[in-house]
Write a protein of this length. Structure first.
Length: 607
C-alpha cells in the first residue's frame, strides 16, 4: 500500500504531464490517506461541530471506523448524507449560508481533496492564489506589486454569488475532461447533489458548492480555472503587443531644446525647460502599438491591470462578462465591478487600496552615471484604505471618548493583554505591505488607552498605577520598545504576555513574511502533534486502562476550556488530569473508557 506522500507525488506527476486520471477511485481504499486526512482536520475548530447527525463528529475516530468507510467505498455503497445548513452575517449586509457536513463526510472529503489537489495543483495558473497551498492574500498582493507596474486602468471584478451558482453540469464536464474514472466522478456528483437540511426540512441542491465543505474551495478553483485560462490564453494575447512604448514627441522636443540651450551656454533657460519637461512622460502614453494586460485572482475576486485607452478597458470587461455568462453561467456583480484610473484613483483588492505612483518631483540618482530620474513613477502603491483605521478605532469609543471594555472584566489580566495584542498584531501583519502602515499608530494609541482603562476598571486602581505596575521593555530586531507586561505562572513555566513592541514599518521585501515567533511555534507544534496523534492511534492502546484493540480518539474543543472548567476543583477526573498533563486535546481510549468519559463515570488512574 502506497503512503499518502507517494500517492500525492504520483498525482502531481500526472497533473504536470497532462495525463488523465484513470484509477483515482481505487486510491480511496488506501488507509494511509485516511490517516493523513484525519491528521489534517482533527485540529480544526469545527472538528466537533455536528452536521445532520449529532453523533457523527470526529470525536470517537478510530482505525476501525476508517476501515468501515473504506469498505463502503469499495462496495460503492457510500452515499453522502445532506449537510446541515446555517448562516452567518456578512459585513456588507445579508447572510452567508454554510453547509456543515457530518464527521465521516468531512473525512472522505478531505481524502478526495488530497487526491484532487495533488493532481490539479500543477494545472492551475500562477495568477490564482485563493485556497491553494503556499499561497494566500500576500502572494496575490506580491503578484500585483511586481506585475502591474505602469498600469493605466484597473478593472476590479467580483462574481455575484459565485460559490452558490456554480453549475454542476459544467463542473462535472470540466472534471470529466481530466478524470477518466466514472466511479470517482459519480462520487463527486453525489457530494454536490447531497442536498441540505434547514429548519428540519430536506432541500435538494441544483447548483453551487456549499461553503463550509472541505472539498468546495478546490472545486470552485477547478471551475474558475476556466476563467484563468480564458484571460491568459485568449484575452492577454489579444491585448498584449509591442516591446516598449514609443518616445513621447513632446518630451523629445523639450530634450532637443534643452540640448541647444546648453550648447549655447544658456544654462538658466535649460534648467527652466528641464522643470517643464519633468511634468511630461518620457514615453507616449497613447502609443497605439503598445498594450499590456495583467491578471490576478483570489477565489472569486479578480483584478486586471491594463495599459491602453479606457475604451479598450471597457471592451475587456465586457469580454470577461460575456465569458462568465455564456461559458460558466455566472454573473458579474455590477455594484462591485469597477474601472478605475490607476494614477488618480484607487482600486480595492483583498482589503488594500491599490494605485500607481505618479510623483514627477520625486527624483533619485542613477548609480551608473549619476543622472536624475523619476524612479518612483509607475510603481504599484499598496495602501490602507481610507476610513479603515477610523472604523477600527470606533469600537473603542463611547460617548465621544475612549472607554474601557466591560466585556473583559471577568477575564484574567494576561488574557486581556493578549487579546488586545493579537487584535493589533493581526491587522499590522496583514497590512505589512502598505506604504502607510505607520498610520496604525493612531489605532495603537486608542487601543492602549482602552486597554489601560480596562485593566484599571478590573483591578480598581488608577490608570497611573496600571502603568507603574505593568510597564516594561521588549526588544525586537535590535529596537527596544516600551510595553505593558505581565507574567503568568502556569505551573511548569512562567509565561510572559505583553502589549506593544509591534513595529509599524512597511515590509518592502515582498517574499519575506512578518517575523512572528508565536505563529511559527504554533505551526510547528501542530505538525508535531498531528504525527504524534497518528502514532498513538495506530498503537491501538488505551491511554487510561491500558487495554488494546478497538481504541478511538476522544476530543475536546479547546484545552484552555478544559483547564478553566476544572481550575478550582480539587478532584479532577483521571482523563482530565491526563490531558492537562500532556497538553493535548486528544486522548486515545478504548470504547469502554470513552463511554465512561461521556457519561461522567469514574475511570482508572492513567498509566
Amino acid at each position: 500500500m502506497q503512503t499518502s506522500h507517494e500517492v500525492q507525488q504520483a498525482m502531481r506527476k500526472l497533473g504536470a504531464k497532462g495525463i488523465p486520471l484513470t484509477r483515482g477511485y481505487r486510491l480511496l481504499f488506501n488507509r494511509h490517506l485516511f490517516l493523513t486526512a484525519y491528521g489534517n482536520i482533527y485540529y480544526n475548530k469545527g472538528a466537533l461541530t455536528p452536521g445532520t447527525d449529532e453523533n457523527d463528529t470526529l470525536d470517537g475516530m478510530s482505525v476501525e471506523r476508517m476501515d468501515h468507510l473504506i469498505q463502503l467505498l469499495r462496495e460503492e455503497k457510500y452515499d453522502p448524507p445532506p449537510s446541515r445548513r446555517t448562516s452567518v452575517p456578512k459585513k456588507s449586509g445579508g447572510r452567508r449560508y454554510l453547509g456543515i457536513p457530518n464527521g465521516s463526510e468531512k473525512l472522505v472529503q478531505e481524502v478526495l481533496r488530497i487526491i484532487l489537489e495533488a493532481y490539479y495543483e500543477p494545472k492551475f495558473r500562477d495568477s490564482s492564489h485563493g485556497y491553494r497551498p503556499e499561497r494566500g492574500c500576500h502572494t496575490a498582493l506580491k503578484h500585483v506589486k511586481t506585475k502591474f507596474q505602469n498600469a493605466t486602468w484597473f478593472i476590479e471584478g467580483d462574481i455575484k454569488g459565485c460559490f452558490d451558482n456554480i453549475d454542476h453540469d459544467i463542473l462535472l464536464g470540466i472534471l470529466k475532461r481530466d478524470i477518466h474514472d466514472g466511479r470517482l466522478i459519480h462520487l463527486i456528483d453525489r457530494f454536490l447533489k447531497a442536498g441540505y437540511i434547514e429548519d428540519w426540512e430536506y432541500r435538494k441542491t441544483y447548483s453551487g458548492t456549499p461553503q463550509g465543505g472541505i472539498l468546495s474551495p478546490l472545486l470552485s478553483n477547478i471551475y474558475l480555472n476556466e476563467l484563468d485560462r480564458f484571460i491568459e490564453d485568449e484575452l492577454m494575447p489579444q491585448h498584449n503587443r509591442g516591446k516598449r512604448r514609443a518616445t513621447n514627441p513632446a518630451y523629445k522636443s523639450y530634450s532637443n531644446r534643452i540640448e541647444r540651450r546648453r550648447r549655447k551656454g544658456q544654462l538658466e533657460e535649460a534648467r527652466e525647460l528641464e522643470l517643464e519637461r519633468r511634468q511630461l512622460p518620457a514615453v507616449d502614453p497613447n502609443d497605439p502599438n503598445f498594450r499590456r494586460l495583467q491578471y490576478v485572482r483570489y477565489a472569486d475576486d479578480w483584478l486586471l491591470g491594463f495599459i491602453g485607452p479606457k475604451a479598450e478597458a471597457l471592451e475587456i470587461k465586457e469580454q470577461v462578462k460575456y465569458f462568465l455568462r455564456e461559458r460558466l453561467r455566472l454573473e458579474l456583480s455590477e455594484e462591485k465591478t469597477f474601472i478605475t484610473h490607476a494614477k488618480t484613483q484607487s482600486a480595492h483588492f483583498l482589503g488594500y487600496a491599490i494605485s500607481i505612483y505618479q510623483a514627477n518631483d520625486s527624483l533619485t540618482r542613477r548609480s551608473s552615471d549619476g543622472a536624475k530620474r523619476r524612479s518612483i513613477n509607475g510603481i504599484v502603491r499598496l495602501a490602507i484604505p481610507e476610513g479603515l483605521i477610523d472604523q477600527k478605532i470606533s469600537r473603542y469609543y463611547h460617548g465621544g471618548k475612549i472607554t474601557s471594555d466591560t466585556r473583559f472584566l471577568q477575564s484574567s489580566v494576561p488574557l486581556i493583554i493578549l487579546t488586545y495584542q493579537q487584535r493589533l498584531r493581526g491587522l499590522v501583519q496583514y497590512y505589512q505591505y502598505a506604504m502607510n502602515v505607520s498610520s496604525f499608530s493612531k489605532l495603537k494609541y486608542a487601543m492602549e488607552i482602552s486597554l489601560v482603562k480596562t485593566l484599571a476598571h478590573k483591578l480598581r486602581i488608577p490608570v497611573t498605577r496600571v502603568y507603574k505596575r505593568f510597564k516594561s521593555t521588549h526588544e525586537i530586531n535590535g529596537y527596544t520598545y516600551k510595553v505593558l507586561k505581565v507574567e503568568c505562572d502556569t505551573g511548569k513555566r512562567i509565561s510572559a504576555f505583553h502589549w506593544g513592541a509591534i513595529p509599524l514599518r512597511t515590509t518592502h521585501i515582498m517574499h519575506e513574511p512578518m517575523n512572528d515567533n508565536q505563529y511559527d511555534y504554533e505551526r510547528f507544534q501542530y505538525f508535531e502533534q498531528r504525527s504524534e496523534l497518528i502514532t498513538r492511534l495506530m498503537a491501538d492502546t488505551c491511554e487510561m486502562c491500558g487495554a488494546t484493540g478497538q481504541c478511538e480518539v476522544h476530543h475536546v474543543r479547546k484545552l484552555a476550556d478544559l483547564k478553566t472548567r476544572w481550575q478550582h476543583k480539587q478532584a479532577k477526573p483521571a482523563w482530565v488530569t491526563k490531558m492537562i498533563a500532556r497538553q493535548r486535546k486528544t486522548l486515545i481510549v478504548c470504547k469502554s473508557c470513552h463511554w465512561k468519559i461521556h457519561n461522567g463515570d469514574p475511570l482508572p488512574q492513567p498509566k
